[in-house]
Design a protein around this ligand. Sequence first.
Ligand code: C5P
Length: 409
Amino acid sequence: MIKGQLEGRRIVLGLSGGIACYKAAELVRALVKEGAAVQVVMTEAAQHFITPVTLQALSNREVYASQWDARAPNNMAHINLTREADAVLVAPASADFVAKLLHGRADDLLSLLCLARPIERCALLVAPAMNREMWAHPATQRNFAQLRADGAVVLGPGCGDQACGETGDGRMLEPEELLDELIAFFQPKALLGKRVLITAGPTFEAIDPVRGITNLSSGKMGFAIARAAAEAGAEVTLVAGPVHLPTPRHVTRIDVRSAQQMHDAVLPVAARHDVFVATAAVADWRPAQLAEHKIKKDGPSQSGRLVPSFELTENPDILAAVARLPERPYCVGFAAESRDLLKHAREKLARKNVPLIVANLGPATFGQDDNTLTLVDAEGHRELPRADKLSLARALVAEIAARIASDKT
Ligand code: C5P
């Protein structure tokens, strides 16, 4: 996780009553760690679940709970608290609190400040937390639909075990998930309504049932691009080779193993996308024959040890195949080289017939958390200086968005 992604952001964190209040402590800590200034406001019900003492200590700010709080010289906490805020996040948002919000009722400090916030520049985000029957109830569903229609952003809920012992929809998202949602909320929506298809990671080409040929790609860059594209508002499909990375939020993931499987997952859907980013380090070759059983060290005659030899056959070039489609998406290729970066990138641009190649040094990027990228197109090249992969992914996404907006295909 990169530090300081909420640097300079001012968040009012509102807690209404619910057992998920225990997660709010962790959330405050996560927000503060990312650089946000967090002002906690609690309802009376929330204070039955967690004390202001804990939240004051974690946020390093006095907590507000009453509309009659006279600490502010003008005695108007409900106005003051949102005038400098970038967003109000209500987490947990109880069924009762949301019912109150959507009617514009304002009989406690939190509902009062939600109503009194400057609606154009201080967003309202709500993270529901309630029993599954309460969540599924038509009244609750109606209330949340109306809340969305009024411009609020509803985060979750999650699904799973509930404190009441039941299982289903209604859990508050985990603090880490809420943090990612908030970070994403503040990213520019440069790809809103666009569909983006991404390949990531290595491929694994089987030799026999237990062995295979693969490479050192970690998938981190492709996963970062998937996250950045989703943050930018795109509908993202990520076709991933064998990697152990969590799926970014709101990304549809398809797991594959071999280059052929990756090809078969990508080709039928590629034309339905606006952008295709091929970050996968696809194996160029695979063994021509797959041994049905594990190849043993001893030969069948037991007469001596054999060193097996393999014939290789070429894998399909996924990027080139997508670029050949009549209704092709905007295609972006990657070039991981060990030398002569620009020369190889230019060759790839022509050979694969794509408008943009992102070049990087393979040994310097595989498995690393940061990198340097060089964008190469028909007109020249431009460097994105060394940064963490998520920052580079966001810069690349902004670049792609600008290019498709100007129809530079
Ligand atoms: O062909 P080469 O490996 O030099 O090009 C790398 C670029 O092509 C990357 O974007 C990679 O994802 C893509 N590629 C592919 N299918 C292959 C080989 C490479 O999509 N079989």
